[in-house]
Design a protein around this ligand. Sequence first.
Ligand SMILES: O=c1cc[nH]c(=O)[nH]1
Length: 179
Amino acid sequence: MSQKILLSAKEVNIILHRLACQLIENHLDFSETILIGIQPRGSFLAKRLATILENDYKISNLKLGFLDITFFRDDFRRSDKPFEANKTEIDFIVEDKKVVFIDDVLYTGRSIRSALTAIQSFGRPSEIELLTLIDRRFSRHLPIQPDYRGRQVDAINNEKVLVKWLENDGEDAVLLIEK
Ligand SMILES: O=c1cc[nH]c(=O)[nH]1
């Protein structure tokens, strides 16, 4: 197994600030917006962006939720391994709001397809956008693209992109791992 650093902690930090600014451009004071981290790993990114928006750009009353998609995955019944479910926490009315899904890596698009189904139980948003730190190019199985992307990465199928977060993994970094 070999690994290569795609993004250092400094680069991740710069990209997070850029993504926060792009969100502000489109969502202004966020009064009509709900940020939703896709569980489990999109939630670290969502919390980071929320902290930057609140602390560095003084956005107040930000609405941040977390969506678990485990039971909405299309391979749910196919796996022999038990799935580990995570928590869904959406304490806001989603109806007619602008929802931004936040995930760390966009790969096949199947997780986002699941998230689109899962969110329906909470109401009908006026629109849904997608923000991803890493967009793995040429890997999509479905016609799903990000509205905001940190970095596009070309990775082949036996490679994995791993996003590490200081609070969970001891450092901020994005690695390309060849299995
Ligand atoms: O490379 C990939 C693909 C899906 N999810 C990841 O975290 N990395």
